[in-house]
Design a protein around this ligand. Structure first.
Ligand code: CAA
Length: 296
């Protein structure tokens, strides 16, 4: 497996392209927007430069990685030679089903079709293709070049052969793959999102403030980020949509999203990407200021 196509050049897509290219694979990075592709290449360059500065990789590996990436605005052309396609488009079921139909028609018959979805059913996605045994979830974590985990999700019809080849490939990327079955939220988000939701409920009910809640979890549980900062980092709209998948999928009220989260998303406060969530973000700064609404 040498030729990899990545569909979607946003935060996850460019991170996935970065990791494959760094490990010597030919990467075709695909997006409908030429502008997004340019931004993605600039981000990959910046993140590789950071790894060179830290001594994690050599300048030569960086150069080779950049040379390994080509871009395309057409799915059909961009995936024609791919042995594996990783779809990392926006988290919308309708969009993913449309892309998978197109991928199935244009990809080589031997190609594996994977998705980086954080919560949409792999079985459902596979059902619109003629090769459900070759459809699998490859759930990378953000930031992709740093986080070691790949959650490998088997749909109902995913074959052992497909699973084994994705587990082996993940190890070649120096990641740790973990196999999971296809139920709402898989493992990562079934556990992470209720924790984030509970942190938001704690704020909503006045148990403690934003920095107090995050400090308890950072210092008390050794989490690198508190759950409210992590929610901002993931995107509050993404957290809400995953909670809705859990709520609908299990029909259990324990997954009901906190009304404060719903309001914040409706008001456009989506976290880092919108400049404001539980914290306020200045472009290019790592400094955190509790958003005005939550300040004492
Ligand atoms: N590319 C390459 N390297 C990067 C990078 C990137 N995009 N971002 C950070 N790094 C490197 C830095 O160079 C640094 O390297 P060294 O340790 O060698 O010095 C290291 O990562 C730590 O970075 P920083 O010093 O800049 O910042 P930090 O110490 O605050 O760590 C963090 C940042 C890694 C993001 C850390 O805060 C963290 O682990 N946060 C939690 C992340 C998390 O939980 N991710 C999962 C989210 S859930 C998800 O993705 C899935 C989903 O479905 C919702």
């Amino acid at each position: 497996m040498n030729n990899i196509a990545v569909i979607g050049s946003g935060t996850m897509g460019n991170g996935i392209a970065h990791v494959f290219a760094q490990h010597g694979y030919n990467v075709s990075l695909i997006d409908i927007s030429e502008d997004s592709l340019k931004k993605a290449l600039a981000t990959i360059d910046k993140n590789l430069a950071r790894q060179v500065e830290k001594g994690a990789i050599s300048a030569e590996i960086k150069q080779k990685a950049i040379a390994n990436i080509s871009t395309s605005t057409s799915i059909k052309d961009g995936i024609a030679n791919a042995d594996l396609i990783v779809e990392a488009a926006t988290e919308s079921i309708d969009l993913k089903l449309k892309i998978f139909k197109e991928m199935d028609e244009a990809a080589k018959s031997t190609a594996i079709l994977s998705t980086n979805t954080s919560s949409i059913s792999i079985t459902k996605i596979a059902s619109v293709t003629k090769r459900p045994e070759k459809v699998i979830g490859m759930h990378f974590m953000n930031p992709v070049p740093v986080m070691k985990l790949i959650e490998v999700i088997r749909g109902y019809s995913t074959s052992n052969e497909t699973t084994e080849s994705i587990m082996a490939l993940s190890k070649k990327l120096e990641k740790i793959p973990v196999e999971a079955n296809d139920y709402p939220g898989f493992v990562a988000n079934r556990i992470l999102m209720p924790m984030i939701n509970e942190a938001i409920y704690s704020l909503y009910e006045g148990v403690a403030g934003v920095s107090e809640i995050d400090t308890v979890m950072k210092l008390g549980m050794a989490h690198p980020m508190g759950p409210l900062q992590l929610a901002d980092f993931i995107g509050l709209d993404v957290c809400l949509s995953i909670l809705r998948v859990l709520h609908d999928g299990f029909g259990n009220p324990k997954y009901a999203p906190c009304p404060l989260l719903i309001n914040m998303v409706q008001a456009g406060h989506k976290g880092v990407k919108s400049g404001s969530g539980f914290y306020q973000y200045k472009a290019g700064s790592k400094e955190l200021a509790v958003a005005e609404r939550f300040s004492k």
